[in-house]
Design a protein around this ligand. Structure first.
Ligand SMILES: [Zn+2]
Length: 482
């Protein structure tokens, strides 16, 4: 039978599923495609694969609705009009790492795992081989065009993803000078923290916010809780930042961060932890006090928008990845939800006609959503079927919806009985298959979500380095002649 619209039964045409979707498609069909962006904000959820998005959206929905429903929820950026799938492999790895993937996003070319914005010709960990192979990044191009630039991360600001935007290094682990090898010192490679702070005034970052104080402080300095700086050259790079740049400020806790006068500050450095910032789940426990990703994003926009030429802001939610490596889904999901909040804040405080907002990940994780839980089943809970009964495996024991293919939660020998375990506790580690000390990245595609001028360039299945070209094109950064 061939149906026409008049023949649709009301159980179909009056259904909210039907009406809402029809309205949505009609509104999108009328969209105007503008392609030139004054400002670009790029959000990267480290390790935020598609299964993480699905689980985070349900988790957020259940927080709002009191642990029921959730499937119908959307993360803020999932409502953006343009989406692409992104291939993440490195030139030498089928399943990538964050250094190689962020190099692709920041420079427009893929490179090896472990290297930061140097070409594939360089050897990892070899300074000499990187000479002459340094790549120009989006930050370099934006600064050369007179835009303001900012980098924000909840990881150490010298960690792979943020570092690839402002540093060139054949080794992601060269975060402080004490990490450099003898060969690197002999051939005059500089550590990542040094490269961030010692940029020329006309190529300086206007905003750098994250964790990782230790790479900026001398090893003679004690930095709370008996953590010492990691620099053996005696330099205090937080001091150098303030001296190097005009109207510069350095803050290390939330109180000082909140007190920053954006009108009189042109270069803001904030380092809120000796190493990575806290997970969102634990942020309230931090002694010194840390701003949230949303607060860091909002303050960055406020400062960067002072430049009439526009700005490029790169924001990483760095610890979704770390929680997954620990086999700990709750912290990963809470950080993904906080990224969604930060994107929402950016969207609401910028003009959609002049700001392109992109949201992506660098790579996925071996994280799965399994079984046949009934709709509204707690996403962190044990699987209960449509009949409401606890589902069991062949071993007669219950299992969680969320799990990992490998990692520290792996079952060796007999599987634990989870019947009386609180699987929604923030410290619960999901069960996994292959025992590994650290759960691994996954090789399947991740997603790119876009709104604003140039957003229509995000479509289809693309190589990760295309993201550079979307920004370059939309913001006319001059990185190519096209
Ligand atoms: Zn990772």
């Amino acid at each position: 039978m061939v149906a026409n619209s008049a023949a649709l039964p009301s159980v179909q045409s009056d259904s909210p599923w039907f009406k809402d979707s029809a309205q949505l498609v009609a509104s999108k069909a009328n969209l105007e495609n503008k392609t030139k962006a004054k400002n670009v904000i790029l959000f990267v959820g480290d390790g935020m694969g598609i299964s993480t998005l699905t689980a985070a959206r349900i988790y957020q929905g259940q927080q709002i609705n009191g642990n029921q429903g959730g499937e119908e929820n959307f993360l803020s950026f999932e409502l953006f009009n343009h989406t692409a799938l992104v291939k993440t492999y490195n030139t030498n790895q089928q399943t990538p790492d964050s250094a190689g993937t962020m190099t692709a996003i920041a420079t427009g070319v893929k490179s090896k795992a472990g290297v930061l914005s140097v070409s594939d010709t360089a050897l990892r960990g070899n300074c000499l081989s990187s000479k002459g192979n340094e790549l120009v990044t989006l930050v370099d191009l934006a600064n050369a065009k007179g835009l303001s630039t900012g980098v924000v991360s909840t990881a150490r600001i010298t960690h792979a993803t943020p570092a690839a935007t402002y540093a060139n290094s054949p080794e992601r682990n060269w975060e402080a000078d004490s990490n450099l090898t003898a060969e690197a010192v002999a051939n005059e490679c500089k550590d990542i923290a040094y490269q961030m702070v010692m940029r020329d005034q006309d190529n300086a970052l206007s905003v750098a916010l994250g964790g990782g104080r230790r790479a900026f402080l001398p090893n003679t300095v004690t930095d709370g809780e008996n953590k010492t700086g990691r620099r053996k050259d005696g330099m205090d790079l937080t001091q150098a930042w303030v001296e190097n740049y005009e109207n510069a400020a350095y803050v290390w806790n939330k109180e000082a961060f909140d007190a920053i006068d954006v009108a009189s500050t042109d270069h803001l450095l904030g380092l809120f932890n000796s190493s990575h910032m806290e997970y969102e789940a634990d942020r309230a426990d931090d002694v010194g006090g840390e701003p949230s990703l949303t607060e860091m994003t909002a303050k960055s926009i406020e400062l960067l928008k002072k430049n009439d030429n526009g700005y490029l802001l790169i924001v990483e939610s760095g610890r979704i990845d770390h929680a997954h490596h620990a086999g700990n889904a709750k912290r990963a999901l809470m950080d993904a939800v906080e990224l969604s909040n930060a994107v929402k804040a950016a969207y609401e405080t910028t003009d959609p006609d002049e700001t392109l907002i992109l949201v992506t990940a660098d790579h996925s994780h071996v994280f799965t959503i399994a079984g046949y839980p009934k709709r509204g089943n707690p996403i962190l809970g044990l699987v209960h079927g449509v009949d409401g009964n606890l589902s069991t495996a062949i071993d007669g024991k219950p299992y969680t919806t969320l799990g990992y293919t490998n990692g520290p939660g792996a079952v060796v020998g007999t599987r634990d009985d989870l019947s009386s375990v609180d699987t929604q506790d923030r410290d619960f580690m999901q069960q996994a298959l292959v025992p590994m000390g650290s759960e691994t990245h996954a090789g399947e595609d991740i997603s790119l979500h876009a709104t604003g001028p140039g957003a229509n360039l995000a479509q289809g299945v693309i190589e990760q380095n295309v993201i550079f070209h979307i920004i370059n094109q939309a913001q006319s950064l001059g990185g190519t002649k096209y």
